[in-house]
Design a protein around this ligand. Sequence first.
Ligand SMILES: [Zn+2]
Length: 286
Amino acid sequence: METNELSHVRCDLCGADDSQRVLEKEGACYAECKRCGFIYAHPRINDPEAFNEEIFQERLQTYVQKNYSAKKQRDYRRELRRLEPFRQNNRLLEIGSNVGGFLFQARQLNWSPIGLEPVVACARYGCEQRGLNIIASTLEEASLPDDHFDAVYSNAVFEHLAAPSVCFQSAFRVLRPGGALYVDTVNYACCTREYLGAGWKLLKPREHLSLYTPATLRAFCEKAGFEVLRMQTNGVRFRTNEDRKLRGLGRLREELAKFPISLACRFTLKGDSITVLARKPSASSR
Ligand SMILES: [Zn+2]
């Protein structure tokens, strides 16, 4: 990759241009907005999309194995159950569908899912190998109709967005009144980060351009017009990615040690990832 120019960016949540550096890693930085607390990669390395395309292509086979594994398919099925109360016409949209594992499970459950995946190699795999409907585009650039979908789902994508506000607005536009937005993303305010610091694997200012806390994720939803129904966090990690994988007893011991902390994190919203379920108000309540 060629060297990049750096550009100055404002806070995408509140528009302020008043931030302080909170972390430097791999030649890039995160800043925290002093007004609203949003964490974003700043200054910004230009053309992060090109960077993503490169690494996603390298990882394609790994993604296929992971997304279509029995465990992942069960996880998707569980998440789809949460969208069931919003099902009226089976229209489901996924933002950032990668190689299509979630869409594949949704189709099994009789949804008519559409995916958006700007990384061409991933979109092509889902279409050609699995017969899924994946558009190689971002949500903003895809010409999707207004008030159309029962649900919009996104997992491990919003941390990659350079300007999340626009994506929240577009999701709001394409959802039918009463439809649901489900977003799962990185939780900056988690105890793993407090414990591991910069060594935490999800702190990647070149790839993860936007990092949320429960408060800023809620603020993005509400700014776009959503009503937040539920928010929860999951997961905790004691060791950095570089550490050797534990097996057998060591692994068991670690899982047991983690259990009370994982449980506490659930109640305090300090787990590694945040999930928000929000609703576009129905016409009568707007
Ligand atoms: Zn701000």
